[in-house]
Design a protein around this ligand. Sequence first.
Ligand code: SF4
Length: 296
Amino acid sequence: MYSLVLYDSCGNTHTGVLFDHDRTKRADTRSVSHQTAVEHFEISLQTPSGEVSTAIGVPTSFVPVTAILPLMRSLGEEVQTLELARVRESGQTVSCQKGCAACCRMLVPISAPEAFALANSIDRLAPQERERLLSKIDVAQQHLARAGVLPQLSALAESPDPISDEAIEPLNRAYYALRMPCPFLDNEVCSIYEDRPAACRELAVTSPATDCQNMTNPTVRPVPVAVRISTALSLLWADLTATTPRLIPLPLAIDWAKRHHAEQAGRWAGTELFEKAIDKIGRYLGQERARRESGG
Ligand code: SF4
């Protein structure tokens, strides 16, 4: 069974959003800290590889969409930790380790909330480091333009219509054929590790690391992902803004966030954000259940 259940102080079940991840607080409290009212919830998430239980604090005030990222990332990582434990228990070895960045040549799709958060993080960097990263992004975009894939990537980021995975696949392949290192990669180490996109956090393989020199190699065995957080966030943003779900190619994300800066000013009641985000996770889990049960 795949489900997400939240319990409030009265033991009632909720669906909802989660912000400051705090394992130590009880669900039967309501507190005021730093002048922000926070209601505490406990979550029980049944995933294909076991249960994720956690306690979280939900601000009752109006917040930007980026406020939900820490919780969504944390949930995604906890779910993926269970997946990794399951494959290890089955006798397989996870090959990924620091210093191996073979997969950092793939097209990384990110959601609008992640793009806003990444742009904010870059803005907060020291000027020299900010300029260095922006320069690397510029070089990457020039490379993509010379290869002829930049217009398609731009269209992907701004398309008013949904684009299927099948339609994106040729672009994925064209991008990966360039073997262009991610502009955030420094000496095979991610320079934005704490802020890296959800898609980067979810990718792991059990095949030999040498196979990842060609990620299209059929011998590459990715660890299954029960919840793709970037997709859940993309659906959330589309719901909040009445727009089409979209995934933005990482090298274009900072520019996209700047172009859509006005949209980032939106604020939503914590509870509303909470309910909508959990709805998206629940939907994803439901689809993943159907896919695995059908052997897909
Ligand atoms: S953001 Fe970091 S982890 Fe993700 S592809 Fe770029 S360098 Fe790799």
